[in-house]
Design a protein around this ligand. Structure first.
Ligand SMILES: [Zn+2]
Length: 307
């Protein structure tokens, strides 16, 4: 029996890796705003998160077996640990009431309860106000996934309280019209490895990350860069044997990650991931992407050099 990771189930993307890192380090945010046009990808991601958070199988943290009663309940729609509200269209206010009553029920110990709210783009002020009260003071064990097609349409009160993640197709499933060379996780990890080994300067590293996908804007590249930082942190933990190796990272990269001079202090790792979430929000709010990336790399340097 082989366990699955979230990324394997729904296609590797920066969002899945970021969620895996947060799950493994027990640092899930209360609320995530999952943004993207592919509604199926967002729903599949939610399902995989509910499975990983509740699987009873024998395997590493953040993985799931797809066979135990808990995983099967998620697939059959009968799991108490995941519920979907709304659809991708206009919002019915009764749905908000159902969401609030589901989210206010305590979870069984050790369970992760995933509340998925679709169509967050269509929230009115009244609906947003009521939902916010619930997501700001969650009952422990709850995580809220708010699904949006376009984050610019989401009320700023919601945007500012959720960690924003772009859910995009993985590189291997990229648009066939896209002829630029595939940029796998190894490529972006190499940039961070060079930085961690002090082979490349801070400003050069920021430049490389901002130009990583030439067809994307610096802002999109900055968001991808921040999520790569989360992957980097997760990969170092895995390379140190704290959790099982990531399938998407090649064997040549793995030993290099194990050698990074790195303080494995849970509280610092947690803080670093928290800050990454804040920084993603800043880029989303149009703070200069170069500045945000620079600050994130400075924090990484402080951790890697024991300062
Ligand atoms: Zn399972």
């Amino acid at each position: 029996m082989s366990a699955k990771r979230i990324g394997e189930a729904v296609g590797d993307s920066l969002a899945t890796r970021c969620l895996e890192a947060a799950l493994v380090s027990h640092k899930l945010a209360h609320a995530y705003l999952l943004v993207g046009r592919d509604e199926d990808a967002k729903l599949a991601l939610a399902t995989a998160l509910a499975k990983s958070g509740n699987c009873r199988g024998e395997h590493g943290l953040g993985e799931f077996c797809d066979m135990c009663p808990s995983c099967r309940q998620v697939d059959s729609g009968g799991s108490p640990n995941i519920r979907f509200f709304g659809d991708s269209g206009a919002l019915n206010i009764d749905t908000v009431d159902q969401f609030i009553s589901y989210a206010s029920v305590k979870t069984a110990s050790g369970c992760l309860k995933v509340s998925v709210f679709r169509g967050v783009d269509f929230f009115t002020d009244v609906a947003a106000d009521r939902v916010l009260k619930t997501i700001e003071e969650p009952v422990p064990g709850n995580v809220f996934l708010l699904l949006s097609q376009n984050s610019r349409r989401v009320l700023s009160t919601i945007r500012s309280r959720a960690q924003i993640m772009k859910v995009e197709r993985s590189v291997t499933m990229a648009d066939p019209g896209d002829v630029s060379p595939a940029i796998g996780p190894d490529t972006s990890l190499e940039v961070l490895l060079d930085f961690a080994r002090a082979n490349v300067s801070l400003s050069e590293t920021v430049g490389r990350l901002l130009r990583m996908r030439s067809q994307n804007s610096p802002r999109d590249n900055a968001m991808a860069g921040l999520q790569t930082l989360a992957l980097f942190m997760n990969s170092v933990l895995r390379a140190r044997g704290k959790v099982s190796p990531l399938a998407c990272v090649s064997l040549s990269t793995e030993p290099e990650l194990a050698r990074v001079n790195f303080v494995l202090d849970q509280s610092r790792v947690g803080l670093f991931l928290d800050h990454l979430g804040e920084r993603l929000k800043h880029v989303e709010q149009n703070v200069n992407p170069e500045l945000v990336l620079t600050n994130a790399l400075l924090e990484l340097r402080r951790i890697t050099t024991h300062e």
